[in-house]
Design a protein around this ligand. Sequence first.
Ligand code: G3P
Length: 228
Amino acid sequence: MQDFLNSNLFIINFKNYDEISGTKSARLAKSAAKIAKKHKLKIIVCPPQHLLAEVARSSSDVFAQHLDNSKVGSTTGYVIPEIVKKSRVAGALINHSEHRIPSNEIEDLVRRLRDLQMISVVCVQDVSEAWMYAQLNPDYIAIEPPELIGSGKAVSKEKPEIITESVKAVKKANNSTQLLCGAGIVSGGDVSRALELGAKGILVASGIVKAKNWEKAIEEFALAFVRK
Ligand code: G3P
């Protein structure tokens, strides 16, 4: 767990893009692992739920895209922390913009992940949510303005102030939570800018998943971390 918290995080959310369907998720995860090893970087992959265990068999850096706050036992169809942990899943996105959940569930999931020594990344849409959820002391808050998600226009260039303000909000909570950012990040320059603004790492989906050459795109992003 400490190795996640001590390094910059580069998270690739596969979402449900057709480009990662079937065996292609494992291929993308393999490309990420290769570049991570080459540059000694933490690159986390978030495959679709049904592929979590398969991808986690060959990578230790797998997070779920979403978890349900349902109990262990008779909860058909729900995907829950205690069970994915046993398939070597190391953490999860919580409350992604495309899969929002009520605040009481966010609170419960942050606690459950902490108890299981799994990494929690609470996604938020604005600075006030960053402040509100930073007080739960998740490992990370990820700020993603919804209107920039999938737009190819990077949060770090279109709305730099939302990153700097969120960094301040997270610091104000005065705990160990750190800030990530995402939405529209498509180049190494976008990543560098995010890090300059104080983010500890990034969340990206389309900029990698839809790239023609996955390894080339991942390496461009990785170099921005290395050169920081
Ligand atoms: O989870 C990452 C995400 O919402 C950002 O998506 O396509 O703008 O990189 P994208």
